[in-house]
Design a protein around this ligand. Structure first.
Ligand SMILES: [Zn+2]
Length: 327
């Protein structure tokens, strides 16, 4: 077993360094995972460049992780060394009201990998054994790492109460918007993706909204106030707006008109992250080929290329970027 590893460390908002760090030792109930792929998402960009409500510094980011069990800490017995695993990014208490209702993501003591504790922008990460799900046979790492973003989309669709035959409008044709579209189409919904970028729009078959066009479910999958404004405007009577993407603190966003919600019996529901059970659902959808994911990977890069990768995410010049911490 190696004693040291390469890791990306954020010590202050706005910058990061790649440094040699001791390989963490798995504590009681923990497992050491050798990271195979870490997904880079917009949240990482926000976290590194602008900070995040849940970020505690200094931190190794990275909340979309798959890898191989390298060592079991005391008492950790569920996953033998060599097991290929998905790491659910949450660490939850199991006793609070949200935990008991199956919403670990809303745990009052929630500690998110890559935010409150170290994540996958490193060769190894130590995680609670109960946060691991063994990968289905034959499910390749670059596909399996979509389990986390797909889980968040499954959670959002559940909360939207979407039913077959309903119309859904999704703002943003990035990886999340595309996964939301694929899930909703699978359920028999009629989906329109609204995307201003011509190249992205073409790839997903998206378009502009028509005047007066209404959707039963609207999901802004981009964190900008304009998408939220448009989503509210295109919400049908009894429609549900899912607050899926977080907004920057300075985002210009008009508040919902409560009288409009009242007269049209509309609702607004938040969706933040995912629960452990969504990971099992996501892996099953990925492994069975029910939701395609591999076409969403635009780049696979070493950790040392993080700055270039973050720039591409900032300028929306990529789809999903995978980081390989072993390179
Ligand atoms: Zn809890």
């Amino acid at each position: 077993m190696k004693q040291s590893m390469q890791a990306v460390i954020v010590s202050a908002i706005g910058s990061w360094t790649r440094r040699e760090r001791p390989v963490p030792r798995p504590q009681a109930g923990q497992v050491l995972v050798r990271v195979a792929v870490t997904g880079l998402c917009r949240t990482d960009l926000k976290l590194i460049r602008c900070g995040h409500r849940d970020l505690v510094l200094p931190r190794i980011p990275g909340e979309e992780v798959v890898g191989v069990v390298a060592e079991n800490g005391p008492g950790a017995v569920r996953h033998p060394v060599g097991t290929r695993v998905y790491v659910y990014p949450g660490e939850w208490c199991g006793v609070c009201a949200p935990c008991r209702s199956g919403a670990e993501n809303l745990c009052r003591e929630m500690r998110i990998m890559g935010f409150h504790r170290d994540g996958g922008f490193a060769e190894y990460v130590a995680v609670p054994e109960e946060s691991l799900i063994a990968l289905p046979e034959g499910c390749a790492f670059p596909d399996a790492v979509f389990a986390e973003p797909l889980s968040c989309c499954i959670n959002a669709i559940e909360l939207s109460r979407l039913t077959a035959g309903e119309r859904m409008g999704i703002w943003g044709a990035g990886p999340a918007g595309t996964l939301l579209k694929r899930l909703a189409c699978r359920m028999g919904a009629e989906v329109v993706v609204i995307e201003p970028d011509g190249e992205r729009r073409e790839r997903i078959g998206g378009r502009e909204t028509a005047d007066g066009e209404l959707f039963d479910v609207c999901i802004p999958a981009v964190g900008d106030g304009e998408a939220y404004r448009a989503a509210l405007e295109h919400l049908a009577p009894r429609g549900r707006l899912v607050a899926f993407s977080g907004l920057a603190a300075d985002a210009a966003c008009r508040a919902a008109d409560y009288n409009h919600l009242h007269y049209h019996e509309q609702s607004v529901v938040g969706a933040y992250g995912c629960a452990l059970r969504h990971g099992a659902q996501a892996l099953e959808l990925i492994a069975s080929g029910s939701v395609a994911v591999s076409d969403l990977v635009s780049h696979t890069l070493p950790l040392s290329a993080l700055d270039a990768a973050l720039d591409m995410v900032a300028r929306r010049r990529c789809m999903k970027i995978h980081l390989n911490p072993q390179e």
